[in-house]
Design a protein around this ligand. Structure first.
Ligand code: CAA
Length: 257
């Protein structure tokens, strides 16, 4: 597939996707979604990829779902097409994903960043769910993931007023894992992705799955799931190797990485 809206690179064991619709501040249209799903499916199937970074431009990670594309929709169109539901496939990617965010991450852009496992933000980043100003509400998970990330009060503040939040507030609120100087953003994201990709892939995938369960279930169910995944990792050669390497005071040579 030739990509019109994305730039895709493989840097060692890291898959890097750059959203590339500069004329529309990387607004997320149907074509971009199809292309992103295709890229992620490829990275998922490629045993050589251990971590993925999604990023945008300096000015915008993404300014939201494409308003020009959505404007003509009626209820029946949105309902029959199940508008925005295709993004669940992006959120369902099983390999670790980092969002490297500079500039605007608004509406669907903020929601895409939240679909990733964690967010590294430039000091210039601005997050928000301004859908209310368009007469709609978030549709790609914003009301749910933002509330889980920030708590009810701040999520309500952002979703009901449509105001933007800067990087410092986003970090204070727990939306963002790290904030770095703009010129350090990709360096920091790549270093984190390379670190993740250096670990055993079954272990990082299970870690992602286990933390993900905390979002979706009650504590006792989440604990049960964690325990089973924890037990399952003892069936891998990488567990033997990782623990042997610790005991022998050497670096592990993971087979599945
Ligand atoms: N959809 C389509 N086009 C968009 C867009 C979007 N979400 N955001 C920006 N663009 C386009 C603009 O229309 C403009 O194109 P033209 O030059 O052809 O007019 C171009 O990108 C540059 O944008 P601006 O001139 O507006 O740039 P700015 O620097 O003055 O403002 C901004 C930047 C504050 C981010 C502003 O563009 C903006 O408010 N964008 C919309 C943000 C928004 O409301 N996002 C939510 C979308 S709805 C959604 O996401 C629903 C969902 O949950 C699924």
């Amino acid at each position: 597939m030739a990509y019109e809206t994305l730039l895709v690179e493989t840097l060692g064991r890291v898959g890097l996707v750059t959203l590339n619709r500069p004329q529309a501040l990387n607004a997320l249209n149907r074509r971009l979604l199809d292309e992103l799903k295709d890229v992620l499916a490829g990275f998922q199937a490629d045993a050589g990829i251990g971590a993925i970074i999604i990023t945008g431009s300096e000015k915008a990670f993404a300014a939201g779902a494409d308003i020009k594309e959505m404007q003509p929709y009626g209820f029946a169109d949105a309902m029959v097409e199940d508008l925005a539901a295709g993004w669940d496939d992006v959120a369902g990617c099983r390999k670790p994903m980092i969002a490297a965010v500079s500039g605007f991450a608004l509406g669907g852009g903020c929601e895409l960043a939240m679909m990733c496992d964690f967010i590294i933000a430039s000091e210039t980043a601005k997050f928000g769910q301004p859908e209310i100003t368009l007469g709609i509400i978030p549709g790609m998970g914003g009301t749910q993931r933002l509330t889980r990330a920030l708590g009810k009060s701040k999520a309500m503040d952002l979703v009901l007023t449509g105001r933007l939040m800067d990087a410092a507030e986003a970090e204070r609120s727990g939306l963002v894992a790290r904030v770095v100087a703009p010129e350090k953003l990709m360096e920091e994201a790549l270093a984190a992705a390379e670190k993740i990709a250096s670990h055993s892939l079954p272990a990082t995938m299970m870690a992602k799955e286990a933390v993900g369960r905390a979002y979706e279930t009650v504590l006792s169910e989440g604990m049960r799931a964690e325990r089973r995944l924890f037990h399952a990792l003892f069936a891998t050669e990488d567990q033997k190797e990782g623990m042997a390497a610790f005991i022998e005071k050497r670096k592990p040579a993971f087979r599945h990485r």
